[in-house]
Design a protein around this ligand. Structure first.
Ligand SMILES: [Zn+2]
Length: 397
């Protein structure tokens, strides 16, 4: 039976402003209509959320479900059984739901565990967000995060790696175009997979209708990834103006992950994160904010992602990434679009997710207050629906 969710404000994920006293009518897991509450039929069941704002469920475009925010997440995963890691992934998924994140893109998991978590959620075995998983990330031998993914060298091997991850169920492909903050024998800016190697993976992914994310920090690495035709640059912290212009031209997304550097800078020392992680975090922290500002100014497409699971950065922290976006110069409605409709486009899911529109899946978030004027209100979760099913609830009136 259809149920209407009503609140004093409604933000559909695409508009500039909010609808006053709006309602979303939900039936059989989908949105039937989005209307002013006064247009609801008298006999329909209404859940009145009061002084709250209805939004599309949030989408975090960069997570690692297999990691749990410990000082050295990889060491933890290696020290435990895969069964325990899978249970950890499941719990991490639930943390996203409680924060209003109804979809995540997992860009690298040990043994591709996030693919199976996504399957379990779809089968109703687990409560969790929708998961679009890259399976194992693809790195050159000894490249960034090789321990989180798989190594491949040369066009043929990288092409085969992409094909194998998709065969295993990957919904997107993740490539390591440069070094990173984890890993002690590499610098974030140093280029890794070549444009030719990445081009082979991109060709395979695009043939199969899947998007490609590239981890890249320096202009050289970003340009290699752009030459290969990837769909998003993850981190991109040392991006320069010329590179930003090229991203805008090619329609490539930036997923800036500012919150992971803020979290590691703040909590790394007390967690006892290794010295090399702390040193590199300091180098990237301010650069990531500059890159975000530059992307805003140049008009690069942006999607919100957290890199959560990394040291000191727990799952369900997308609202913090969006707060940092506002702190760095975005307006709140824009930041919310980056974490809803824009992220849905990056995930190639715009026809199903990312906005409150008739016919889409009923992934809904209600928060107290008005996050389009105070982005901090995103944390005041009142109700979360995933596919029309209530999955989390805060203090309702
Ligand atoms: Zn990551």
């Amino acid at each position: 039976m259809a149920v209407a969710y009503r609140a004093t404000r409604l933000f559909d994920g695409i508009s500039e402003g909010v609808m006053e006293d709006g309602a979303v009518l939900v039936d059989e897991g989908r949105i039937v209509s989005v209307t002013p509450a006064e247009d609801l039929q008298a006999d329909v069941e209404v859940v009145d959320l009061g002084d709250a704002t209805l939004l599309p469920g949030l989408i975090d475009a960069h997570v690692h479900l297999v990691w749990s925010a410990s000082a050295e997440p990889h060491a933890l995963v290696e020290s435990e059984s895969r069964a325990l890691s899978a249970l950890r992934c499941a719990n991490n998924g639930e943390l996203h739901l409680r924060a209003g994140v109804t979809t995540v893109r997992d860009v690298g998991s040990t043994d591709g565990l996030a693919i199976e978590v996504g399957r379990a959620v779809e089968l109703g075995v687990l409560p969790g967000p929708r998961v679009v998983a890259a399976g194992r990330a693809i790195a050159m031998t000894g490249g960034h995060g090789w321990f989180l993914g798989r190594e491949a060298d040369g066009e043929d091997a990288v092409r085969r790696a992409a094909r194998e991850e998709m065969k295993a169920g990957a919904g997107c492909v993740k490539l390591m175009a440069s070094g990173g903050v984890y890993g002690h024998a590499e610098e974030p800016g140093s280029p890794q997979l070549t444009a030719e190697e990445m081009g082979a993976a991109v060709e395979e992914a695009h043939k199969a209708g899947r998007k490609v994310a590239a981890h890249a920090y320096s202009p050289e690495a970003i340009n290699n990834a752009l030459e290969a035709g990837v769909d998003s640059i993850e981190h991109g912290s040392f991006m320069d103006r010329a590179t930003a212009g090229r991203m805008r031209e090619q329609g490539t997304y930036l997923v800036p992950t500012m919150s992971v550097y803020a979290a590691m800078a703040e909590k790394g020392p007390e967690l006892g994160a290794p010295e090399y992680i702390q040193r590199k975090t300091a180098e990237v922290l301010e650069a990531s904010r500059e890159a975000f500002r530059l992307a805003l100014e140049v008009g690069v497409k942006i999607a919100a992602g957290t890199d959560c699971g990394a040291p000191g950065h727990p799952h369900g922290t997308l609202p913090e990434e969006m707060r940092l976006m506002v702190e760095a110069g975005a307006d709140p409605a824009q930041a919310i679009r980056f974490g809803t409709s824009a992220a849905a486009e990056l995930l190639d899911s715009s026809d199903e997710l990312g906005t409150l529109e008739e016919g889409k899946r009923a992934d809904l978030l209600a928060v107290a207050g008005d996050p389009t004027s105070d982005i901090g209100d995103l944390r005041r979760v009142r109700l979360v629906l995933r596919g029309g099913v209530e999955v989390a609830r805060g203090g309702l009136p």
